[in-house]
Ligand binder design. Structure first.
Ligand SMILES: [Zn+2]
Ligand SMILES: [Zn+2]
Ligand SMILES: [Zn+2]
Length: 278
């Protein structure tokens, strides 16, 4: 399974869209891995986790054929993960000779309602025919494209069933944890009962080196504690790869600082364009 990080910032981007704080100015000046776009992950070239407004830029930067994407699993309705307006361009007269006739979007009830609401004025019949919307609840399982995807409950926004995704394909299993605070014990109990063993874990690390706030996002200290909980439930093994992502300028850390901190703790700090083959 090839996991490619297309965007690794929190909602405001890095440098943040309207911000002139010291870190954002430094990131603008240094560029490179300090430039982070909004959260998105590509799996094996045909599956996306999340669809932010930067999807178009990701396609341009990494040469991705967006018409070839078969499945998009959306974690929650925040705009840095769910930007349905661009989907109105998927069909004539805006798109011709598309690689796949149909794209599937999976998400919770709020995500699906956002798709309907935000495309209502501009969705032409051809685009409407090419889009399939699927509502997911926590613990729903989808088998598609050679993958088994399990939706798990995140801890993020009150009043919305925010989701995490466990993705199994060809004997490998990846857990994508965005956006979320620390998980409820019942999630780990469920996974242990299923006999799940993750080869790859991607953590929400919005708070950078910090932690302890736990309810909506995590920092590295929380990620380390979550890894211990996963070990206690036998959900990981010695070779499991741990990656941290979804960074905020408010964490006050440049990429090289985050990378050094992560490495010291047996993890890897993601950057836009980072690819891992598990
Ligand atoms: Zn987010
Ligand atoms: Zn800033
Ligand atoms: Zn969010």
């Amino acid at each position: 399974m090839v996991i490619k990080y297309l965007g690794t910032a929190a909602a405001e981007g890095m440098p943040a869209i309207f911000c002139r704080c010291a870190l954002c100015e430094k990131a603008r000046a240094q560029g490179g891995k300090n430039i982070r776009t909004r959260n998105q992950i590509l799996i094996d070239g045909d599956t996306l986790i999340d669809f932010p407004m930067d999807s178009y830029m990701h396609a341009l930067t990494y040469g991705i054929d967006l018409s070839a994407i078969e499945n998009v699993f959306i974690t929650h309705a925040h705009m840095d993960h769910c930007y349905p307006q661009d989907v109105t361009m998927r069909g004539a007269p805006f798109a011709h000779n598309m690689t796949r006739p149909v794209i599937n979007f999976y998400g919770n009830e709020k995500v699906i309602n956002k798709f309907i609401e935000h495309t209502r004025d501009e969705l032409k019949p051809a685009a409407k025919e090419s889009i399939r919307l699927h509502t997911l609840k926590p613990y729903d399982v989808v088998e598609t494209g050679g993958m088994k995807v399990t939706a798990l409950p995140a801890r993020h926004t009150v009043g919305e069933d925010c989701l995490l995704y466990s993705i199994e394909k060809q004997g490998k299993t990846a857990l994508i944890m965005n956006d979320t605070g620390v998980l409820d014990e019942s999630v780990y109990d469920y996974l242990e009962k299923c006999g799940t063993r993750f080869d790859f874990v991607s953590f929400d690390c919005t708070y950078g080196s910090g932690g302890g706030q736990m309810k909506r996002h995590m920092g590295l200290l929380d990620n380390i504690a979550e890894r211990e909980r996963m070990k206690a439930h036998a959900l990981v093994h010695e070779k499991t790869v741990y990656v941290i992502t979804h960074f905020s300028h408010n964490s006050s850390l440049m990429h090289d600082e985050l990378a050094a901190l992560a490495e010291k703790n047996g993890m890897t700090a993601a950057y836009d364009g980072m690819e891992t083959d598990i």
